[in-house]
Design a protein around this ligand. Sequence first.
Ligand code: NAD
Ligand code: ZN
Length: 355
Amino acid sequence: MDLDIVMKRLDLHTYSIQFDGVQTALSKLLKETAYSSLFVLVDENTREHCLSLIKDTLPDNTKIIDIQSGEIHKTLDTCKIIWEALLNGGADRQSLLINLGGGVIGDMGGFCASTFMRGIRFVQIPTTLLSQVDASVGSKLGVDFQQVKNIIGLFQDPIAVLIDPTFLKTLPSAELRSGYAEVIKHALIYDAELWAQLQSIDQVATVGKWDALIYRSVQIKQEIVEQDRKEKSLRKILNFGHTIGHAIESYFLTTDTPLLHGEAIAWGMYAECILSQQLLGLSDQDVQSAHRYLEKIYADKKPVKWDTDALLKYMRQDKKNVNQKISFSLLDRLGHGVPDQFVEEEMLVSLFEGF
Ligand SMILES: NC(=O)c1ccc[n+]([C@@H]2O[C@H](COP(=O)([O-])OP(=O)(O)OC[C@H]3O[C@@H](n4cnc5c(N)ncnc54)[C@H](O)[C@@H]3O)[C@@H](O)[C@H]2O)c1
Ligand SMILES: [Zn+2]
């Protein structure tokens, strides 16, 4: 992959992911169809930092729907605010909802659009690295319910996803680095060449040009999703690092040093490389290479102590487990993920104790 090549779009069956510069892409899209009304969903951060990038392309009577940022607001209560704004704003079946924000806005806005009047059209404009390379691809939409993440939702395609790295300029560096964990994951599970290229990045904050990295990362996720839309098997490799990573994330949420999603996933990948060696023979050299890189990028967030019982408790709740064995997607080499690996708890106890 030549980092200087700027790719323009990925055409899928029913929609396209465009990398054209958000203003160009959006104004073209709005000219193609006569929508009866436009709505833009923002939170306080994307209203402040992102709205100005698309404002000139929007008609004057566009309505802005404001919600509060953060995962704690990814709830049915917030959906009620969004549905009310659509209803009171006169939305009909020919209206369009533009979701301008990170994964929370995209998942929840897409869910609200897909359920309002049995479904109105929506566009995803992801503004965080995580949402650009991960959440906006794969058409999973939803909200959290009774503390369970993403438990209410559906699969539904947007009419387009418009990706523009310009948005990342205002993203806090911790969020940028958190999203980068998913880029690392995509390389580790699917693309040894991308993995080799990432080695030249020592610090996420200093990456000047994201275009090609985002494009390749989206392409990888899209390719995996396309082969297995309903998560029967291959798609599960996207969970690499996430079985342990989610448990780490949940555990540290209960402490006064919570981790961002990608920070937890980085250490999940670190631990799951060890499991990959034990179960699939991932070579010493590969484990060390992955460990060195994850330590370089996320050293300051390495968990120093944790409670093994608490981690196991979180992992037991995973809906992919079978017969009390914990389900993993692991690596047999760097660049190749393998789904459906089931692990006994005893093996995990010794892994955590020796971490
Ligand atoms: N649908 C999927 O397949 C999928 C995949 C992965 C994650 N997700 C979901 O994505 C969510 C996490 O997404 P996220 O990491 O983007 O978090 P987020 O949406 O909470 O955004 C992180 C923070 O950055 C702010 N922000 C967004 N864009 C900004 C910008 N350009 N400049 C400044 N600030 C900005 C937001 O207001 C927020 O405070 C989770 O709810 C997760 O479940 C979904
Ligand atoms: Zn993730």
